[in-house]
Design a protein around this ligand. Structure first.
Ligand SMILES: [Zn+2]
Length: 278
């Protein structure tokens, strides 16, 4: 765990199963009124470690999910406080997670040794939702949740002006290609511009090391390249089937989900979104 400002703590290197990339980053902000967490560690044993660390710093008040993907939300179970997310995140969360009785099995499929830690596992869906913005006023801290669609439609960033920090979720993954398979590409580029307009020093990504504006600009250039490449293919009249077979971005930026199948999904999504009538 790193302490990146007076009151902000971040873990960017969870070792989950065989891959350090399996969980999203986890963070929390300590205020004089209590603690706000951003995204939950995915693996049960890590979630319990994180809970112990937080308990030593104060009382946990809220957990914010920046998106619905399970690497940000599967660990919600271990933090019995209100979960806050964008209303679209709550909707998607429930539609992709399936029936509650399957939730424990999904954790077991991924972490077969975790059985004793999840006897009473519950999928904890957001209980507080918002549309555009929501600000938590805690002691001297204003913690601003801002809807910035991109990596997913309900994507949320958390801006903490006092600490000069923004938590970007997977709208920014440092030196790493995230999934593009549920993205809104043009909104995403606009959302990154809004992130870059914030007066902050630290950008805590959804995955990878904490970055600065330069790292975010490099990520934006990567995303711009993806959008431009698929956009040009559409303009030239290339069929979707050909695009997904011939275009790939793993040669440009290392992928969190390696392999052809994910590249096909990423290109297919960009093709659909960029060729849809406005
Ligand atoms: Zn994600």
């Amino acid at each position: 765990m790193q302490q990146i400002t007076a009151n902000v703590y971040v873990e960017t290197a969870w070792v989950s199963g065989s891959s350090v990339l399996a969980s999203s980053n986890s963070s929390f902000i300590v205020t004089s009124a209590g603690i706000v967490m951003i995204d939950a560690p995915m693996e049960p044993v890590n979630a319990l470690k994180w809970r112990d660390i937080i308990d030593q710093k104060g009382e946990l008040l809220y957990l914010v999910n920046t998106e619905f993907h399970s690497d940000h939300t599967m660990g919600n179970h271990f933090f019995p406080v209100p979960v806050i997310a964008h209303e679209k995140t709550k909707k998607w969360f429930e539609s992709v997670c399936g029936p509650p009785q399957d939730a424990r099995q999904k954790v077991l499929d991924r972490y077969p040794d975790s059985g004793p830690l999840i006897e009473d596992y519950q999928l904890r869906s957001p209980s507080i939702t918002f549309d555009e913005n929501l600000t938590l006023h805690l002691g001297d801290h204003a913690i601003e949740l801002i809807h910035l669609p991109g990596h997913t439609p309900g994507q949320t960033c958390v801006h903490v002006p006092n600490e000069r920090v923004v938590f970007t979720g997977d709208n920014f993954t440092n030196a790493l290609q995230p999934s593009l398979s549920e993205c809104l590409p043009l909104e995403w580029l606009a959302s990154i511009d809004r992130l870059l307009d914030l007066d902050v020093d630290a950008f805590v990504p959804g995955h990878g090391e904490v970055g600065d504006k330069k790292a975010v600009r490099e990520f934006a250039a990567f995303l711009g390249h993806c959008v431009e490449t698929v956009g040009e293919a559409i303009e030239k009249g290339m069929e979707k089937a050909e695009a997904v077979e011939t275009i790939e971005f793993e040669g440009v930026l290392i992928a969190r989900h390696p392999g052809r199948a994910w590249q096909r999904k990423n290109v297919a999504r960009l093709y659909d979104m960029l060729s849809a009538p406005a």
